[in-house]
Design a binder for this molecule. Structure first.
Ligand code: LLP
Length: 435
C-alpha cells in the first residue's frame, strides 16, 4: 500500500504521528518549538543530482543547474549547493553576502535582478562574482565602468524576454514582451543590447538568459523558449559574428503541492529539452552552448515542511470554522498572495479521519492572513501540531516580521540527525536596527 502523503518523504508512523524524512514531527515540534521549518537534506540533494546528471548527460560537462536561492536563502543551503558542485543564482547584495559568508565559490554565482543598484554592482565585482545577468542598458554601462575600475573583464549574460505565456499565475509569469524583466527579442531591443555589450571593453558577453515563469508543469513553453533563444543565437552569429557560449534557460518547473497536482519528472523533462536543443543546434549549424538552468522551487519545495501549534478553534455556526495557528502570513504569505494550494495534516493524529472542514488562519491582525481554506482535518483542538507540507520554497525566504512576529528556525534533517541551520529569531533581533 502506498502510504506516502503527496511525497515519499511524508508518511504516518505506527503511533499515528506524521513522519518527515523518517523523523517524528511531534517530537521535533516539542524539541524546537513552533512554528518551525524542517528541511529534508537528502531530498534537496536528490533533486540537485537529478538536474546535474541529466544536464551533464544532455548538454555536456560544464552544463549545470544554478540553484535559484531566492526560493530559500541561508548559509547552510549555500554550503549544500557548494558541496554538490553546482552554481547559484542570487538577486541581491544580501543574498550575495549570505553566499560569501557560507564560502560559496563566487565564480559559480550569477547576479540577477531588474534593478541592480550601483552598490550591488560594485559590491559584486569586489567579490568577483562569476556572471552578471544584465537586465538593462544602464546596468550594462555601469558594469563596464566598475569592471574597468577594478581592472577586470566582467563576464555577463543578457536577460532576454522571448515573448511567451507559460500558463501560470500572472504574478509569477515573466517571459512576456511586456515583462519588467530583460530585453524583448520581438521589439529589437535584445539585438541592440547585444551590439552594445559587444562594444564594451570591460565586459565579456558570454551568452543569453531567459526565464519564462514559475510553477510550470508543461514542457512546451520550454521548447518554445529554446527555439526562440537558439534562433536569436543563430541570428547574432550571422549579424555580428558572435557565437554565444552559454544559454541559460531559467527555472520554473512545477511542484506537487496537493495530491491532484502532477509530479514532474525532472530527468524526463531535461531529456526532452535536451533532444530538442541538440537537434536545433545541428539544424541551425551552431555549436551546442553550455546550458544552465535555474531551478529553485523544484529543488527545495518538497524538501520542506512547517509545523505549527493550534490555538483557537472557532465555529461560526452556519458559516465556517476557523482554526488559528501560531504562525501564518509572516512565515508563509503564499496563500495570501497567490491563493496557493497546500496539503495540511494534524501531525499528532495523522491517522484519524479528516471530517472537519475549516479555514486555517494565521495570527496576524489581517483578515487575509490565511494558510488555506476548506481544509478537511480531524477536528483540531488547542495544542495539536499542525503540519503544512511542501513549504521548502518561497516560505522562509518570504517570511516577514509583520506585527513584530519573530521568524521561525530552520532545522535540517540529515542522516538521522538534526542540524539547527537557522535559530529562532529573538525579540532582541526585532529591535536590533531600532535606534
Ligand atoms: N530564475 C529567475 C530569473 C527567476 O526569476 C526565478 C524565480 C527562478 C529562476 C526560479 O524559479 P523556480 O524554479 O523557483 O520556479 N514567490 C513566488 C515565486 C517567484 C519566482 C520568482 N522567480 C512563489 O512563491 O510562488
Amino acid at each position: 500500500m502506498d502510504t506516502k502523503i503527496v511525497h515519499s518523504n511524508v508518511t504516518v508512523g505506527e503511533n499515528g504521528h506524521l513522519l518527515f524524512a523518517g523523523a517524528d514531527t511531534v517530537s521535533l515540534a516539542e524539541k524546537y518549538g513552533t512554528p518551525v521549518f524542517l528541511l529534508d537534506d537528502a531530498r534537496v540533494r536528490t533533486r540537485v543530482r537529478e538536474y546535474k546528471e541529466a544536464m551533464a548527460r544532455n548538454f555536456g560537462e560544464g552544463s549545470m543547474p544554478l540553484f535559484a536561492s531566492k526560493s530559500l536563502s541561508f548559509k547552510e543551503i549555500y554550503r549544500m549547493m557548494a558541496e554538490e558542485g553546482i552554481g547559484t543564482d542570487i538577486v541581491s547584495s544580501g543574498e550575495l553576502f549570505t553566499a560569501v559568508c557560507a564560502g560559496f565559490p563566487m565564480e559559480r554565482a550569477f547576479f540577477h535582478g531588474n534593478n541592480k543598484t550601483d552598490f550591488d554592482i560594485s559590491y559584486a565585482i569586489e567579490h568577483r562574482i562569476g556572471y552578471f545577468i544584465v537586465d538593462s542598458i544602464e546596468e550594462l554601462t555601469l558594469i563596464d565602468e566598475y569592471a574597468e575600475k577594478a581592472g577586470i573583464r566582467q563576464k555577463i549574460l543578457l536577460r532576454l524576454t522571448p515573448g511567451i505565456d507559460p500558463h501560470t499565475h500572472q504574478k509569477i509569469s515573466t517571459g512576456g514582451v511586456d515583462s519588467k524583466f530583460g530585453s524583448a527579442i520581438e521589439t529589437g531591443l535584445a539585438k541592440k543590447m547585444t551590439k552594445a555589450a559587444l562594444s564594451k571593453q570591460s565586459v565579456e558577453l558570454c551568452g543569453f538568459h531567459c526565464h519564462i515563469g514559475s510553477q510550470i508543469f508543461e514542457i512546451e513553453p520550454y521548447i518554445t523558449a529554446a527555439d526562440i533563444m537558439l534562433g536569436f543565437i543563430a541570428d547574432m552569429r550571422e549579424e555580428f559574428g558572435f557565437t554565444a557560449k552559454i544559454l541559460n534557460l531559467g527555472g520554473g518547473f512545477g511542484v506537487r503541492y496537493v495530491e491532484s497536482d502532477p509530479e514532474i519528472n525532472i530527468t524526463a523533462n531535461i531529456d526532452a529539452i535536451g533532444a530538442h536543443v541538440r537537434a536545433l543546434c545541428a539544424q541551425k549549424e551552431i555549436p551546442l552552448p553550455t546550458i544552465y538552468m535555474e531551478p529553485g522551487r523544484s529543488i527545495v519545495a518538497d524538501a520542506g515542511m512547517t509545523l505549527y501549534t493550534v490555538g483557537s478553534v472557532k465555529e461560526i455556526e452556519g458559516f465556517k470554522n476557523y482554526v488559528s495557528i501560531d504562525g501564518g502570513m509572516t512565515d508563509n504569505p503564499r496563500y495570501t498572495l497567490y491563493q496557493s494550494a497546500y496539503t495540511i495534516r494534524i501531525a499528532n493524529r495523522a491517522d484519524e479521519t479528516a471530517d472537519f472542514c475549516c479555514t486555517v488562519g494565521g495570527r496576524c491582525c489581517e483578515s487575509g492572513d490565511l494558510i488555506q481554506e476548506n481544509v478537511l482535518l480531524p477536528k483540531p483542538k488547542r495544542g495539536d501540531i499542525l503540519a503544512v507540507l511542501v513549504t521548502g520554497a518561497y516560505n522562509y525566504s518570504m517570511a516577514s516580521n509583520y506585527n513584530r512576529v519573530t521568524k521561525p528556525p530552520v532545522v535540517v534533517l540529515r542522516d538521522g540527525e538534526e542540524i539547527l541551520a537557522v535559530r529562532r529569531e529573538r525579540f532582541e533581533d526585532l529591535v536590533a536596527c531600532d535606534i
